[in-house]
Design a protein around this ligand. Structure first.
Ligand SMILES: Nc1ncnc2c1ncn2[C@@H]1O[C@H](COP(=O)(O)OP(=O)(O)O)[C@@H](O)[C@H]1O
Ligand SMILES: Cc1ncsc1CCOP(=O)(O)O
Ligand SMILES: [Mg+2]
Length: 268
């Protein structure tokens, strides 16, 4: 089996060649950012949430990304149908529990969706992962109040519950499944000043999972690419508006050499 960093580049090339269709049920805030990030990486995004059509859309897609950022009853109905259909068809399900812990509704919907169709990958910030694991964690709306390391035990419990991969993003990103842990040190604090960077990490994980059935590796690759593209973008200009734009260009211009030189990955 190919190993890091070559495996990251191999997946980027697969995405560029195959342009996998990634079905997103996501929030109104990030629909545009995440669709553009998927396109810049080489994937083919579609933002589709109507309960009337999500099952048909899952059937033609290579991965399903579900994000509860601006949930309401109609979105939730679509999420239920799409997640069940993806599981039935063996397609990867990636889940972003945006703002879970902030309200009882988010907690109840997330718990219900997890019980209905265990996600192959869950990606959240530390507050979200702790809340999703049942801890009484504090959250500031959609932003974390903890460093990512604080959620490692919670992520491991969540992974045991779902059998899937759990990713905690932050200064260090932790990718956890069972006893396995990968840590990505790439990225930049300014990434927290652009809305939807976490959602983008989740969406890109969908693209990597679409071309790599080893979802632990796929999630690790996605977080590495996120962090490296973030670094390249801030080096062009250290300001949030420019970061949003330059991040897309960095994804589009990514090379194997850049990945090899910059990758900060540890495994345990
Ligand atoms: N302090 C930091 N240093 C470096 N990278 C960071 C930092 N905080 C967040 N990131 C990166 O920003 C992206 C979004 O993560 P995060 O802000 O935790 O998500 P969310 O927006 O869901 O809260 C991830 O790729 C993560 O690695
Ligand atoms: C600001 C906001 N409000 C509801 S969803 C959303 C986007 C959150 O995106 P991210 O978690 O990636 O920062
Ligand atoms: Mg988030």
């Amino acid at each position: 089996m190919i190993q890091y960093p070559q495996s990251i580049w191999a997946d980027v090339e697969r995405i560029r060649v195959q342009a996998p269709l990634v079905h997103n049920i996501t929030n109104f805030v990030v629909m545009n950012n995440t669709a553009n990030a998927l396109l810049a990486l080489g994937a083919s995004p579609a933002m589709v949430h109507a309960p009337e059509e999500v099952e048909d859309f899952v059937a033609i897609s290579s991965a399903l990304v579900v994000n509860i950022g601006t949930l309401d009853a109609t979105f939730v109905a679509g999420m239920r149908l799409a997640m069940q259909k993806a599981k039935a068809l063996g397609k990867p399900v990636i889940f972003d529990p945006v703002g879970v812990g902030a309200t009882a509704y988010r907690n109840q919907v997330s718990a219900e969706l997890l019980a209905l169709a265990a996600p192959d990958v869950i990606r959240g910030n530390a507050s979200e992962i702790m809340a999703l694991a049942g801890l009484n964690a504090q959250t500031k709306g959609v932003d974390s109040l903890y460093g990512s390391e604080a959620a490692v035990d919670a992520a491991r419990r969540l992974s045991a519950l779902t059998g899937g991969v759990v990713v905690i993003s932050g200064e260090n990103d932790y990718i956890i499944q069972g006893e396995k842990t990968a840590t990505i040190g790439n990225g930049h604090p300014l990434m927290t000043k652009v809305t939807g960077m976490g959602c983008t990490a989740t969406a890109l994980t969908g693209a990597f999972a679409a071309v790599n059935p080893d979802y632990f590796q796929a999630a690790t690759h996605a977080m590495a690419v996120m962090g490296i593209a973030g670094e390249l973008a801030v080096e062009k200009k250290l300001a949030p508006g420019s970061l949003q734009l330059n991040f897309l260009d960095a994804l589009y211009e990514l090379t194997e050499d850049t990945i090899t030189t910059r990758l900060q990955l540890t495994q345990a």
